[in-house]
Design a protein around this ligand. Structure first.
Ligand code: NAG
Ligand code: NAG
Ligand code: NAG
Ligand code: NAG
Ligand code: NAG
Ligand code: NAG
Ligand code: NAG
Ligand code: NAG
Ligand code: NAG
Length: 567
């Protein structure tokens, strides 16, 4: 290879480059890392900002190739310092007129000089492929706060935001991923109006999470945007909508001046958008549509019954057995996720009258119940309908023994079970013992029984959120046979003493160091690290980290960012 590393960083990069260089790049007798291959190497480093930053410094070619990757999704990460720098760099790309306006608005002196004189090496907005508006907005607010006098902060925010939007969204933008969240204090009406004029043909992931809109927005601007998008964007794979429930219920019932046609505009534009896609794979939504649009919405989804694998409902309102009829027709569906039900007291009783043949939803393999207020009847019905096909069952809803019994009878093939219970029971132990589990997460409030003889040997992940004392944990790990366990997650251990650390090291030695990661709740992690440092030698061979929080949802895996509710 013709690379001549000059320092340690570069040597490391060269080494990495060699390791991940695709074969065909190295088959020729004397090899230069030609740009194509370099580009491919860099693309592997897409999520490794630090290494990419080092690459920029190697030489001009490396820089020219790495910069676009580095700047393709600059808001995917958020840290105060990093995002501040990103915004700062974009600001340097503004035209002179804009910079003068900012100066008049009171942009601080020290920064001001920089902005006037420093011409950026690259026109960074050109490289943008993924835009995460919530992380951007946080960064923007911080930037404005640091660079402007206090009294006109809000106005400055709005103006800088508008300039940034002009910079980023123009006829040349080649966005592939767009996450939009509406922030009340920053009006983005102009952006939304403008967006419909652009060629958004490359978009493949589109999240639109809005709230608190005006009627004009619902009846005109948004329908117009989505209708236009249904002409320009055909390649959306992952689509997510959240509109407040007020559109379908409040507006139409409270104020009759809006005829149905207007209110249905949004529904129809979204039906158009869904239908016009080549092959939709994931769809998440709340029930924003009017009751009369239900069939149209579901039919548009059914038109993707060869590709649509994931559906999530943030909320469902008018739930009845029609729902199952629609879902059944989406043959490709594998994962169904629910967050919240409104007015479920109605359908709880109605559901019991439902006569639906079993195996009705046998295409579904994965079920996620993300929140705690989901009616038992529904959970039970879905389990029964999916007879024997379920592989993953996740429920934050605290399960009762009826549901446990249903799992026992109808789900012999579950490999991933993440559930929450009031107390453990023999029934639970019995179920766990007999399932081919790879992943088990248990949250038990009271009365935790020892699992030592029932944890399946196939487990690779085990998470436990239950008060357990250190001796019981020791006993559990001493006696359980878990040769493949690679991640252990613990949230609540009491009576910790100096043996705490050794429990895990002993366990890991027993199974040939298969444990790769120990995740602990924050305060446990602190104690562990304290004890860890006291040891003079380091005998542990597993990573330590803090417990993360997405146990009952697959949304983040698919959309790359968590859906979170902001009010
Ligand atoms: C779009 O790209 C064209 C050609 O590269 C360029 O002339 C034009 O100024 C760009 N427009 C914007 C708003 O950047
Ligand atoms: C939109 O952009 C794509 C590729 O970026 C191009 O192939 C297509 O022709 C454009 N469509 C219009 C209407 O300009
Ligand atoms: C509603 O739309 C239909 C067809 O799209 C049209 O025939 C009808 O006149 C409209 N009604 C109102 C009140 O605008
Ligand atoms: C539930 O059943 C009652 C009576 O059978 C009916 O009036 C009501 O509309 C049903 N609710 C739903 C949500 O289907
Ligand atoms: C459930 O599925 C199993 C295996 O596919 C089948 O044998 C059984 O008959 C089904 N049960 C019902 C009630 O449909
Ligand atoms: C489920 O497990 C049973 C054995 O318990 C097996 O016969 C069946 O084929 C499995 N079904 C699926 C869909 O994996
Ligand atoms: C453990 O993992 C190995 C390698 O992935 C696999 O071959 C083996 O069947 C697993 N053992 C159990 C008990 O699942
Ligand atoms: C332990 O792991 C090493 C390498 O990871 C392997 O060579 C050895 O056979 C394993 N021993 C047992 C008992 O599994
Ligand atoms: C910023 O984005 C990352 C990655 O999408 C996400 O994990 C994080 O929660 C976001 N932070 C905020 C404050 O939105």
């Amino acid at each position: 290879m013709d690379l001549k590393p000059r320092n340690l960083t570069e040597s490391i990069i060269c080494l990495i480059a060699l390791m991940i260089t695709p074969k065909r790049c190295l088959t020729r007798p004397r090899v230069n890392l030609i740009p194509d291959c370099l580009l491919e190497i860099f693309s592997y480093l897409k999520d490794d900002r630090k290494t990419l930053f080092s690459c920029i410094r190697v030489n001009r070619l490396w820089c020219r190739l790495a910069i676009p990757i580095l700047w393709s999704t600059p808001f995917k990460y958020y840290s105060q310092k990093y995002t501040y720098k990103i915004i700062n760099t974009y600001i340097t790309c503004l035209n002179t007129q804009d910079k003068v306006i900012l100066k008049k608005l009171g942009l601080r002196n020290c920064i001001k000089n920089n902005h006037n004189n420093m011409k950026p090496l690259f026109y960074y907005p050109r490289f943008l492929e993924g835009f995460i508006i919530d992380n951007y907005t946080l960064g923007l607010k911080k930037w404005v706060k640091e660079n402007f006098q206090n009294e006109n902060l809000l106005r400055a925010q709005q103006i800088v935001d508008t300039m940034m939007m002009e910079l980023i969204f123009n006829e040349n933008c080649s966005l592939k991923k767009f996450k939009y969240v509406n922030y009340i204090e920053i009006s983005r009406i102009e952006l939304l109006k403008k967006l419909s004029n652009f060629n958004l043909s490359l978009i493949n992931t589109f999240e639109f999470l809005g709230h608190g809109y005006t009627k004009e927005m619902y009846f005109n601007i948004l329908p117009n945007l989505f209708n236009q998008m249904s002409k320009s964007s055909r390649n959306i794979k992952h689509l997510s909508f959240y509109f407040p429930k007020t559109i379908s219920t409040t507006i139409t019932t409270k104020t009759s001046i809006y005829n149905n046609n207007d209110s249905a505009n949004l529904d129809l534009s979204i039906v158009n958008l869904i239908k016009s896609q080549n092959s939709l794979e994931s769809f998440s939504t709340n029930e924003f549509w009017m009751k009369c649009s239900t069939e149209k919405i579901f039919n548009s989804l059914i038109s993707h019954s060869n590709s649509l694998k994931f559906i999530k409902f943030f909320t469902l309102i008018n739930f009845n057995q029609e729902f199952f009829k629609y879902i059944k027709q989406i043959h490709s569906l594998r994962t169904l996720e629910f967050k919240r039900f409104l007015f479920f007291e109605h359908f709880d009783s109605n559901l019991s009258n439902m006569i639906i043949p079993q195996n009705y939803l046998s295409q579904i393999q994965n079920i996620y119940f993300e929140e705690n207020d989901i009616p038992f009847r529904l959970i039970d019905t879905i389990i029964r309908l999916s007879n024997h096909s379920l592989k993953r069952f996740y429920s934050k809803r605290i399960l009762n023994s009826i549901i446990l019994s249903s799992i026992k009878s109808f789900c012999p093939n579950i490999t991933h079970l993440h559930i929450s219970l009031e107390k453990s029971s023999d029934l639970l132990l019995n179920i766990i013992k007999n399932l081919p589990l790879i992943s088990l997460y248990l949250q038990v409030r009271y009365n935790f029984l020892s699992l030592k003889s029932c944890l399946p040997i196939s487990l690779q992940y085990f998470g436990l959120d239950s008060e357990i004392d250190q001796d019981d944990l020791d006993d559990l790990l001493n006696n359980a046979i878990l040769p493949n366990l690679s991640i252990l997650e613990l949230l609540s251990i009491s009576d910790i003493n100096e043996n705490f650390r050794n429990i895990f090291i002993k366990f890991n030695e027993k199974f040939n160091h298969s444990l790769k990661e120990l995740r602990l709740e924050k305060s446990l992690l602190k104690e562990f690290i304290l004890l860890d440092k006291k040891e003079l030698w380091n005998t542990r061979s597993f990573k330590l980290s803090e417990v993360k929080n997405f146990k009952y949802s697959a949304y983040e895996e698919i959309f790359g960012c968590p859906y979170y509710k902001y009010t």
